[in-house]
Design a binder for this molecule. Structure first.
Ligand SMILES: NC(=O)c1ccc[n+]([C@@H]2O[C@H](COP(=O)([O-])OP(=O)(O)OC[C@H]3O[C@@H](n4cnc5c(N)ncnc54)[C@H](OP(=O)(O)O)[C@@H]3O)[C@@H](O)[C@H]2O)c1
Length: 320
């Protein structure tokens, strides 16, 4: 059986996800349907999702070994440079879809199989490294700000836990959309870098100079009360993650008195990814990249993400 190199979950470890990661040989991709194609991966990027998978969140033991990775840019069978939209129709899943690495093998491999319709052209001016950051974290942030958050003219945004992949995307996109952006981080050096991106950086829990119209929440229990307190009347609090705990205490009086909307969201549509790619190419917005790691040293990339020290995206170069 032909084989390729891949990084995959071979077990689960809730406390030490790195111990559940294996880098080794896996069979070449197969096509569950006729309309699937194999893409040669050029660049991919890590998401917190990959650590959740290693902890056993969202995967079951009978799905192991599972190749990890949601994001990739690569070359299709006709030689076109393509960005992979990672949400795949999945009969049997209650959502009707799944993200690559949940039911179908992910992108941390030499090659990955996806439905043909999940391939979008890589726009001129965007490198494979930059575009590999966009399909999960940046797409999520784009939808949080636009479709879900409905951020309008003259409105302001608060981003919690601003060092993360989704959070740095929300800061950079919010600034590029011309909004007043506030962002919290626990670390002074990250707050400094947030300021360099054009946002006002604050310590977690700090009082903002104004109440905001949109809150970008990926932290969860640790920051949710501050998100509620910082929200202006009619504000939208958009939640796409709960890195620091999913059981937040919610002051319902504040929710109804201020007429707040708490909105859950996950990933985005292919049209939203197309809009995001065009926006980044046209407005010269580039992802915040923490570091680029060669595919042969992907374990280092996982260790970096797991350390919590990242500022932006950890990207894998599959050509190095
Ligand atoms: N629903 C979706 O479609 C979707 C898509 C992408 C991500 N997500 C979810 O969104 C979350 C973030 O993902 P990511 O890839 O951006 O993760 P990441 O890059 O690992 O970032 C996580 C950030 O959370 C903050 N944080 C962690 N623990 C905290 C605590 N105790 N108190 C305050 N802040 C804390 C940190 O910010 P500071 O260090 O700056 O304080 C950290 O940088 C994850 O839970 C992920 O599963 C969901």
């Amino acid at each position: 059986m032909p084989i390729m190199r891949a990084a995959f979950a071979s077990a689960f470890d809730a406390d030490n996800p790195l111990a559940a990661l294996t880098v080794g040989d896996r069979p070449e991709p197969t096509h569950p349907q006729e309309d699937w194609v194999t893409v040669q991966v050029r660049a991919s990027s890590l998401n917190h999702h990959d650590l959740w998978s290693l902890r056993g969140v969202g995967l079951s033991a009978d799905q192991l070994p599972m190749i990890l990775g949601c994001d990739a840019v690569g070359t299709d069978p006709d030689g076109n440079e393509v960005v992979i939209y990672p949400v795949v129709p999945t009969p049997g899943d209650p959502r009707g879809v799944s993200i690559l690495s949940e039911h179908f093998a992910g992108t941390f491999a030499e090659r990955v199989a996806v439905p043909q319709m999940n391939l979008l052209p890589l726009p001129d001016g965007l490198s494979a490294i930059d575009a590999a950051c966009l399909p999960t974290a940046w797409l999520t942030a784009w939808r949080m700000l636009t479709t879900k958050g409905r951020v309008g003219d003259g409105e302001s945004v608060l981003v919690q836990g601003a060092g993360g992949g989704v959070a740095t995307a929300a800061v950079a996109l919010g600034v590029a959309l011309g909004k007043r952006v506030y962002a919290t981080s626990r670390h002074a050096d990250k707050r400094e870098r947030i300021t360099e991106l054009g946002a006002t950086a604050l310590e977690p829990g700090a009082r903002l100079p104004e109440r905001v119209d949109v809150v970008i929440e990926t932290v969860g229990a640790a920051t949710f009360d501050h998100s509620l307190k910082s929200a202006a009347p009619m504000a939208r609090i958009v939640v796409s993650g709960a890195t620091a705990g999913h059981e937040a205490k919610v002051n319902l009086r504040r929710v109804f008195a201020m007429q707040l909307e708490i909105l859950g969201t996950s990933m985005g549509t292919p049209d939203e990814l197309t809009q995001l790619l065009a926006f980044c190419a046209e407005h010269e917005v580039r992802p915040v990249v923490d570091r680029v790691v060669p595919f042969g040293r992907i374990e280092e990339a996982f260790a970096r993400l797991n350390s919590g020290d990242v500022f932006g995206k950890v990207v894998i170069d599959h050509t190095a």
